[in-house]
Design a protein around this ligand. Structure first.
Ligand code: PXL
Length: 307
């Protein structure tokens, strides 16, 4: 097993099972040290909640950077996700320049859009800056929407292989060297990951669970990073992460009915609090994220070749 020191820069959504809150446990489960610079602290993520709080931590980044530099800290990998402002992208680029050890890897998940739209709070200036950060990365992990924003290509709900190839070509022209594009779906019921590396394409298709979950892009990128730093190549790491995400969505969605039944029983329970058969709340309102914790053991076992 490798034991690498990975820095991730992304927000902490205090509730929402995304970004920093999933990167820490997933990368740790893959056997690495995971250091986190929170780009912002939000009460929840922005996808579906209203009235969330947002504490911008942009100006903390150069201070943390300076302290670490002074202390001689280096990382084996810097992996970035949701960044709170355009200025942060510049600060991250500065860290790319002088916080990586020899052979250190730069992974950028341009977490800014999905389903044809930008997340709340992002604009074209942010998109342009993110495009430049992607050009500096060793590996980028966009979904189809993000790839469209970065390249300026029109977003389509339905497409063929030519469209995806064109998208990859344009990302390549922008300077992206290794591309792991998620959510590439050529037929109903299936989706997959397209990997473009050293001029070669690979495609890993897997089941598409119709009611997807929020935050799966972050779960995917974290698992990919953890696997890659355990000496898996980009293609294998992409497959490991895809299988993990599918399993996580399956457990989150599969027993919605069972959860609703358990919650109903728990709500009706009138027995003593010391009883051993108190019904457990089923958590049926879990619409905001994916229950990635329930399959962490499977991911760790696969990374350790135990399964
Ligand atoms: O999952 C991406 C993400 C991360 N962080 C915040 C978000 C989102 C997506 O909506 O709002 C704060």
């Amino acid at each position: 097993m490798n034991y690498k020191r990975i820095l991730t820069v992304q927000d902490i959504s205090c509730l929402g099972q995304c970004s920093g809150s999933v990167a820490l446990p997933i990368i740790s489960a893959c056997g690495h040290e995971c250091c986190l610079i929170p780009s912002a602290v939000l009460s929840t993520h922005t996808g579906g909640f209203t009235g969330y709080t947002f504490c911008d931590l942009t100006e903390e980044i150069p201070k943390i950077h300076a302290h670490w530099k002074e202390s001689g800290i280096r990382f084996d990998c810097i992996y970035t996700g949701y960044l709170g402002s355009t200025k942060q992208i510049k600060y991250v680029a500065d860290m790319f320049d002088d916080m990586l050890g020899l052979g250190g890897i730069k992974i950028v998940d341009p977490a800014m859009a999905d389903n044809g739209s930008l997340y709340k709070g992002f604009d074209q200036e942010y998109v342009a800056a993110m495009g430049l950060l992607c050009a500096e990365a060793d590996i980028v992990l966009p979904n189809v929407t993000e790839a469209c924003f970065i390249t300026g290509m029109e977003y389509r709900e339905e497409y063929d292989q030519d469209y995806i190839m064109k998208l990859v070509e344009k990302l390549d022209e922008k300077g992206c060297r290794c591309i792991v594009m998620t959510g590439v779906s050529y037929r109903e019921g299936y989706t997959g990951v397209l990997i473009y590396e050293d001029g070669f394409y690979s495609y890993y298709e897997h089941e598409k669970i119709e009611t997807g979950c929020h935050g799966t892009g972050d779960v995917y990128a974290s698992a990919f990073t953890g696997a890659l730093l355990q000496n898996r190549g980009a293609v294998e790491a992409a497959c490991i992460a895809a299988d993990y995400v599918v399993e996580c969505i399956r457990v989150t969605r599969e027993d919605d009915r069972k959860k609703a039944e358990r919650a109903e029983k728990a709500a009706k329970y009138k027995g003593p609090s010391f009883a051993t058969d108190i019904p457990v709340c089923g958590n049926p309102g879990h619409w905001y994220g994916v229950e990635f914790e329930r399959k962490l053991d499977v991911l760790a076992d696969r990374i350790n070749n135990r399964r």
